[in-house]
Design a protein around this ligand. Structure first.
Ligand SMILES: [Zn+2]
Length: 525
């Protein structure tokens, strides 16, 4: 390898720029439509591609075919620009030339027309470093530059620029290049260079590069030499003074097992590492496990607590760089975190004891029955306590729902992440519970954990149906009875009519006329 990678693979056109798609799109269309500003400001982290973009943009402006988003690469202007020796592209580093005289010299140059190209392009790097006088001197030229002048200002710290400069430039904010994009780029380069690598090694190098492509490529240069053309994670880690990823894995396994003896051995082994580095490596490992979500040991709660311990340890290091002691605290505090689950259970069992004390003595036989029952469901005690909390929280949120829930729903058991409940709610109560189901489920997750499934046995529903069936049967019976009564009445009436129709009675009616009622009375008896 004769040339360092950062130079060899410096992007020479917009297509090869890594991780700044939005900026490339905007600049390309500005070039295609010839809608050019006279001053640009590129801001962003170091190594995010500001200077590379400025150079590509300058070339696009001076190319014989330009302004164009695709410089021809063959005209004298392109060739000189690519070799960094174009007479009309003037680069200045404001970190070293920050005084008013430097700017005056630059302004002087803006008076003369470009020598070979249509534009004279000034690239001022680290522009925030200029003195106030220098800024003031630059301001006038920035305001009304001759038509053939273009400024590209670059800075890592745009907040330090005077508002007057910001308002006279078109501002492009460069993003930090993502880890994924960086690793992809490293893979691309190593494939071209024909160097063997493991992807995890590139992840480690990219992480150490901290979002700066230039720094990452410099590290890659070193790693290639260090690993003799075959890049493995442990070699990358060792070159960077980091822990071997396998070692970090073992540390976490040791913490999860609560193996204090092994932890003390690790503390000895890690003595020659910077504590801050160990903490960073552990944090990175934790983050990876959390996002992978395939190790049940790394629950959200544990990850949060571990992360707290690691972050606090970093603060401790600022207070007192007592490396091995801080690291010991990290290991043993993390082991304590694992006890939190157990402590939770302990608190729950203490609470249940407390309630047992508070309850008045029942009659002895009932007490024995209760004891037998409780010995069967002992493992459900913490579930029961949590269920109580659930009822309280529901009542807090919605009195009607909470009371209805308490009245109708009882705890059966909680195991294998399933909360079994019996509900004997009926009619209106059932409706209230059904409407509050969203809240009930949410609180269940809060209290019993996110994986909890609700299994509700609706005895109320059965009872309701049974009652409905009974009521229907009763109604049918009532109807049948009414029917029978009506039929009996009809028969009775027919009998009466029959009697009235007999000759003797007809004669009597004819005789007595309107005294018919009396006759009816006689016939009825
Ligand atoms: Zn050209």
């Amino acid at each position: 390898m004769s040339q360092v990678l950062a130079l060899k693979y410096r992007p020479s056109n917009f297509e090869k720029l890594i991780g700044q798609d939005a900026i490339v799109t905007t600049l390309s269309s500005a070039l295609s439509q010839n809608r050019l500003s006279h001053a640009y400001l590129f801001s962003g982290l170091r190594g995010s591609g500001k200077t590379s973009t400025a150079r590509i943009f300058a070339k696009a402006l001076v190319c014989d075919e330009g302004p164009t988003k695709n410089p021809c690469e063959v005209c004298p202007n392109c060739i000189m620009a690519n070799e960094n020796r174009h007479i009309d592209i003037i680069e200045m580093d404001a970190a070293s030339s920050r005084k008013i005289d430097d700017i005056r010299e630059l302004i002087e140059k803006t008076r003369y027309k470009p020598t070979t190209a249509r534009f004279k392009v000034f690239i001022i790097d680290e522009v925030h470093m200029l003195t106030r006088e220098a800024f003031n001197a630059l301001l006038k030229t920035l305001e009304e530059p001759p038509e053939f002048i273009k400024f590209i200002l670059a800075t890592t710290d745009p907040m330090k620029l005077p508002a007057t400069i910001l308002s006279r430039t078109q501002h492009f904010r460069f993003k930090q290049i993502s880890r994924g994009d960086t690793v992809k780029h490293l893979e691309h380069i190593l494939n071209l260079e024909g160097i063997k690598y493991e992807r995890e090694a590139l992840e480690i190098i990219a992480r150490a590069g901290n979002g700066s492509l230039r720094d990452t490529l410099t590290l890659l240069d070193q790693a290639i030499i260090f690993s003799k053309n075959s890049l493995t994670p442990s070699l990358a880690a060792s070159m960077l003074g980091l822990l071997d990823p396998e070692q970090v894995k073992e540390i976490f396994a040791c913490i999860m097992e609560g193996d204090r003896k092994r932890a003390l051995e690790f503390l000895k082994e890690l003595e020659h590492y910077e504590c801050g580095v160990v903490i960073d490596e552990m944090t990175a490992y934790l983050k990876d496990r959390y996002f992978e979500q395939n190790d049940p040991k790394f629950t959200t709660r544990r990850c949060e607590w571990f992360f707290r311990v690691l972050s606090e340890a970093k603060n401790l290091l600022y207070l007192n760089p007592e490396n091995s002691f801080v690291l010991a605290l990290v290991f043993f505090k993390m082991m304590e975190v694992l006890n939190i689950d157990k402590i939770d259970d302990l608190i729950a069992s203490l609470e249940s004891e407390k309630t047992e004390f508070a309850e008045p003595k029942k009659d002895p036989i009932a007490q024995i029955a209760a004891d037998i029952k409780s010995s069967h469901v002992q493992h459900d005690e913490s579930g029961k306590i949590k269920f109580k909390t659930l009822v309280e929280k529901l009542t807090d949120r919605n009195m009607e729902l909470g009371e209805c829930f308490e009245k109708n729903v009882e705890f059966v058991e909680f195991k294998n992440n399933e909360l079994h409940l019996n509900s004997h709610a009926m009619n209106g109560d059932r409706k209230i519970i059904r409407e509050g189901y969203g809240i009930i489920r949410q609180f269940t997750w809060d209290i019993f954990g996110l994986q909890t499934k609700l299994a509700v046995n609706h005895t109320g529903k059965e009872k309701e149906e049974q009652e409905r069936a009974e009521a229907e049967a009763k109604e049918a019976e009532r109807k049948a009875e009414a029917e029978k009564k009506r039929a009996d009445e009809m028969i009775e009436k027919d009998k009466k009519q029959e009697l009235l129709n007999t000759d003797f009675v007809q004669k009597a009616i004819n005789l007595f006329g309107d005294k018919k009622d009396a006759v009816s009375d006689i016939t009825e008896n």
